[in-house]
Write a protein that binds this ligand. Structure first.
Ligand code: SF4
Length: 756
């Protein structure tokens, strides 16, 4: 739950007050916490210490002077659970981190935090954390020492530089800051640039469109400045690019004069549930609807008339009746929306994953972005991001092309050593990639994880990492709306498990093997990060001493680069990129559209190991701890399906079984299963629970970018004879305690209803 701003400011002040206590310097705090505090507790336990990595942290028996039992101290850090990298404050008591809150110094979090960020504390105390390295012996993973594990790694890499170039792969999810710098330095030491970033829920299609139109992949969308937002499946309040920042913007957008939100999507997202009007649309036809609006808009001379003639001519084909027939949206909706756009300016148009995840995903996103151009939003609600003086730390966005690149290299049987960190491709890769089999061709696979997941289970060496609240780091968010913010991550407590290590320390150890001269001066990752941050001082025009600069960076949790504005100075539109006016053919074998949903907390399943998230009711259905199939009540009635009936959802790639949930927020010929469940490993909370929709995704890709069309799969839906109770946190009524989710029509009534 977000905290009140005042409370957040107080926590910041408390943190600063605690930091400035004269007796103990901040930089010594954790050291003292580790040695003196625990040493007092462990007196008489032999020659062991936390620093030597032998003992676990214990609660204080004889605390230090500055520790007041029962009183919390707050320390700033950075949330690493999604690429938004919100600034957070950790509440620490008696040496244990108990809770995270937002950091009011952070522009991105502004003192707030989302449920996923809150739940991340459970990574620290998860009973299934990996606590020692593991190596493969006799076909099985067995526990080992770090020396044994690193010997296998070093032998595989070959001190005599036998491994070179593409023979080594470093696979990660999206990554930034000094993690990225170290990965690149490590690969360069092997004459390799083979860092592959794979994200199964990539925004690459929309990013590419924005890059081609504006010259920026990540322009800033000024939500709070808009008076009307038209969103095509952009779940910016749920699993968007920066949910906490954008929710804050949205709250201001809703203040008087209250902005209006229109959501168009085949399955209602959390953002759709907050909309003033929600229009169900036939999956994949979002671009056609956008062009129907564009065609209607350019009839008015007030809107942009500088579009190429060829384009304005081609828009004529998108009359409201044709568009209505293709999209399933009442033709009168176009006139209503145009009137609202006229009345409420400025506007902002957003495209999202469900519009972009199709064979014509690029064209859909292009048509949607065209509306911003016609409406004159460029420079008003769509602006350029700030210039970043630290390109080496810039966020690298993972995408499906990362998986394709890995797959191609595995097919070529070229890869000798594969490092993986922050990714679980065996779980997220679609079945048609057959990744599991192909990985067996790699002689040495190394996973760096906090818990054994499906991919780590197949590796030869598994290295146990520190949890995010035990780790140092720097991070640059993928979406930088008002300034370039560098998030400083610091340990909020001593490590819980003696044999876990920092990712940075592991890489530094490997780098020292390659280039001792350059890296031996860094005894640990802490000293590396500290020097890197202090060296950036001139950019911030700071007059502080090195020590004070570092202390203030830790204390504030963020560094803000002085503003250097950029402008969108050219907009390039080409009619060749627009979607075609064509009705999607019916598929008699697979008559249903399959539109999986992305939950704000589970995302692609990487957070299924957090029990708070399993227990937290899905905001649209209130279902917990399971997978379910959303089906429109009208369709369910036609098929005589009741809640809890087990349905088989079958694509040409395979099938899954899940319980039916009757959901009016999905259009009639569509079914949806949330991503996130269906793990076969990943600890007690994640494994053997629900089904994994990635495994039935068809091999369809966006024609332009090659990204996986995640929302273009067609399926059969078959009712089985089984029925099980759907476990949900809902009252006696079938939908949100009898409240309507949105003050609009239900999807099953929308197609033929009169526009309201
Ligand atoms: S939006 Fe992302 S970075 Fe921010 S608190 Fe939530 S999970 Fe953490």
């Amino acid at each position: 739950m977000p905290v009140k701003k005042q409370e957040s400011i107080d926590t910041g002040e408390r943190a600063m007050a605690a930091e400035k206590r004269p007796i103990v310097e901040r930089r010594d705090f954790l050291k003292i916490l580790g040695i003196s505090g625990a040493a007092a507790t462990l007196a008489g336990c032999g020659n062991t210490s936390i620093e030597s990595g032998v003992e676990k942290v214990q609660s204080y028996v004889q605390p230090e002077d500055f520790v007041v039992p029962g009183n919390s101290v707050f320390y700033a850090s950075t949330c690493t659970q999604c690429p938004s990298h919100c600034g957070v404050m950790g509440r620490v008591r008696e040496g244990r981190v108990l809770k995270l809150e937002g950091n009011p110094n952070s522009i991105i979090s502004n003192g707030k935090i989302c449920g996923l960020g809150q739940a991340s504390i459970q990574l620290q105390y998860n009973p299934d954390r990996l606590t020692t390295p593991m190596i493969r012996e006799g076909g099985k993973l067995v526990t080992a020492s770090w020396d044994q594990a690193m010997k296998i790694v070093n032998d595989g890499l070959g001190k005599d530089s036998r491994i070179k170039g593409n023979e080594i792969v470093f696979l990660t999810n999206s990554v930034s800051g000094h993690q990225k710098v170290l990965i690149n330095n490590f690969l360069e030491s092997y004459d390799s640039k083979n860092h592959i970033a794979y994200d199964s829920l990539s925004t690459q299609v929309g990013d590419q469109v924005r890059e081609n139109i504006y010259g920026y992949t990540n322009p800033v969308h000024k939500i709070k400045e808009a008076r009307l937002i038209l969103s095509f499946g952009n779940d910016f309040l749920g699993a968007g690019v920066s949910p906490v920042y954008l929710a804050n913007q949205y709250a201001q957008f809703r203040k008087a004069p209250r902005g209006t939100l229109i959501q168009i999507e085949p399955r209602m997202t959390l953002t759709g549930g907050n909309a003033d009007r929600w229009y169900p649309i036939r999956p994949g036809t979002e671009g056609v609807f956008a062009l129907g609006l564009a065609n209607a808009l350019i009839q008015h001379p007030e809107y942009d008339t500088t579009l190429p003639t060829e384009l304005t001519e081609s828009l004529k084909a998108y009359d409201k009746y044709t568009v209505g027939q293709i999209t399933g949206i009442n033709p009168d909706a176009i006139g209503h929306l145009i009137a609202m756009m006229w009345e409420k300016t400025p506007t902002l148009v957003l495209s999202g994953l469900s519009a972009e995840g199709h064979q014509q995903g690029y064209q859909n996103a292009y048509a949607i972005e065209l509306l911003n151009v016609i409406l004159g939003n460029v420079g008003k609600t769509v602006t350029a991001p700030m210039e970043n003086p630290f390109p080496q730390m810039t966020h690298v966005n993972g995408n499906y092309q990362g998986l394709v690149a890995l797959n191609n290299q595995l097919d070529a049987k070229n890869v000798k050593v594969l490092f993986m960190m922050g990714v679980n491709p065996v779980y997220t890769a679609p079945a048609f990639i057959e990744l599991k089999n192909k990985l067996s061709n790699v002689p040495l696979k190394i996973a760096m994880v906090t818990q054994l997941d499906e991919t780590a289970e197949l590796c030869d060496v598994v290295l146990p990492l520190l949890s995010p609240v035990e780790e140092f780091g720097t991070h640059l968010a993928s979406y930088q709306p008002e300034a370039i913010e560098i998030g400083i991550q610091q340990p909020l407590m001593e490590k819980l498990h003696a044999h876990t290590k920092s990712f940075g320390d592991v890489l530094l150890t490997l780098l020292k093997e390659r280039d001792e001269k350059s890296y031996s001066k860094y005894p640990d990752y802490y000293s590396y990060i500290r020097e890197a941050v202090v060296k950036s001082k001139p950019v911030f025009k700071s007059t502080l001493s090195d020590d004070d600069f570092w202390d203030s960076a830790l204390m504030n949790g963020v560094l803000h680069v002085p503003l250097k504005e950029a402008q969108i100075d050219k907009v390039k539109i080409e009619s060749v990129n627009l979607p075609k006016v064509e009705t999607h053919p019916e598929d008699v074998n697979y008559p249903f559209y399959f539109v999986p949903s992305v939950k704000a907390d589970m995302r692609d399943g990487r957070h299924a190991n957090l029990p708070w998230l399993q227990e937290s009711p899905d905001p649209m259905t209130t279902v917990v701890w399971d997978s379910w199939v959303e089906i429109n009540p009208k369709t369910a009635q036609d098929m005589q399906v009741r809640e809890g009936d087990i349905l088989e959802i079958k694509s040409s790639m395979g099938s899954v079984l899940a319980k039916a949930y009757l959901f009016p927020g999905i259009q009639p010929n569509t079914v949806s299963i949330p991503f996130g469940q269906g793990h076969t490993a990943y600890g007690r909370y994640a494994s053997n629970r629900g089904v994994n929709p990635f495994k039935i995704i068809n091999p369809i890709t966006d024609e332009k970018t090659g990204e996986l069309a995640l929302f273009a799969t067609r399926v059969q839906v078959t009712k089985t004879a089984l029925n099980e109770k759907v476990v949900k946190d809902e009252g006696p009524t079938t939908l949100q305690q009898g409240r309507k989710l949105v003050a609009t029509m239900a999807a099953d009534k929308a197609e033929l209803s009169k526009e309201v």
